[in-house]
Ligand binder design. Structure first.
Ligand SMILES: [Zn+2]
Length: 295
């Protein structure tokens, strides 16, 4: 079993979703900033996303901890679903503990805007901004919050690689260009987010791959559609290569645990942080370093 440590107390999690970025694109196109973050953090290029491997289902799982069968978004259509049983969105759990959540995503057409805002409010986000068309513009839209919001959850969703994959095919020259744009945005983000700050945990992952069963799609059980990169980084994270068998649904449980909160029973994944044995007076003591336990 491989273990890695998070030293210090995490107060803020920045979650960056690189839509449609296949792990082999990172090495093949030499995405230096992703590679550096993976090398300096705890990472695997062999994690799995949910089924179906589509953005709406994966984002639903990331933000509620539930698998798609439970949270109810089982297609690539964003809608307010009928859930199978109670769900406990990450941002709601944070809000109950007095921590804010904010999200930064691409511009949506005005016809969709009402629905988009209702969905995000239902997920418990206090602040959400749909502005910009790609990673660099969305990062710019999140910049003030990256500076000022020092606790809770800050989410950025970057669509570039997925957009290019659907238009031109996964691993096409245009897809490579889009992947490099996301890499450049990540480099800029690393400068802004001061990764030497041990109270910030950065989580970078893709929601799915692509080009598995069809060149311009990603909705299948094919390995290339289901395999994703998953990186935990920040000053407190001890560099390590994470083991096999990790899933996107482990991320929300890990986020809650990193912020010192319990994981609801409705969560499909497990926290990668080993449970901390705390004395009864733990509430007034600084939390000890956590251990990411990986099979
Ligand atoms: Zn897509």
């Amino acid at each position: 079993m491989q273990q890695l440590m998070i030293n210090g107390t995490v107060r803020r999690v920045v979650l960056v979703v690189l839509d449609g970025l296949r792990p082999d694109a990172i090495t093949q196109f030499g995405l230096q900033n992703v590679l550096r973050l993976a090398r300096n953090g705890a990472s695997t290029f062999d994690a799995r996303t949910v089924s179906p491997s589509v953005t709406a289902a994966a984002m639903g799982s990331l933000l509620t901890g539930a698998d798609p069968a439970r949270h109810g978004v089982q297609s690539d259509r964003f809608h307010i679903p009928r859930t199978a049983g109670p769900i406990h969105p990450v941002a709601h759990e944070l809000a109950r503990a007095g921590m804010p959540s904010s999200g930064y995503m691409a511009h949506v057409p005005w016809l969709m805007r009402g629905l988009a805002h209702r969905m995000v409010a239902k997920l418990g986000f206090g602040t959400v901004r749909f502005r910009g068309v790609g990673a660099l513009e969305i990062l710019a839209s999140a910049r003030a919050s990256l500076r000022d919001q020092r606790t809770g959850l800050l989410l950025m969703h970057w669509p570039d690689a997925d957009d290019a994959g659907h238009k031109f095919g996964w691993m096409s020259p245009q897809y490579a260009e889009a992947a490099r744009t996301m890499d450049a945005a990540l480099g800029l983000f690393m400068k802004i987010a001061s990764l030497d700050d041990p109270s910030t945990l950065v989580v970078v992952l893709a929601d799915h791959g692509g080009g598995g069963r069809t060149l311009r799609g990603h909705n299948s059980d094919h390995e290339l559609d289901r395999t994703i990169p998953l990186i935990f980084a920040g000053a407190g994270v001890r560099p390590a290569t994470l083991g096999a068998g990790l899933s996107l649904v482990d991320v929300p449980a890990t986020i809650l645990t990193a912020l010192g909160l319990p994981v609801p029973a409705s969560y499909a994944g497990r926290s990668l942080l080993a449970p901390r044995r705390l004395p009864a007076t733990a509430a007034v003591l600084p939390r000890p370093a956590g251990t990411l336990a990986v099979a």
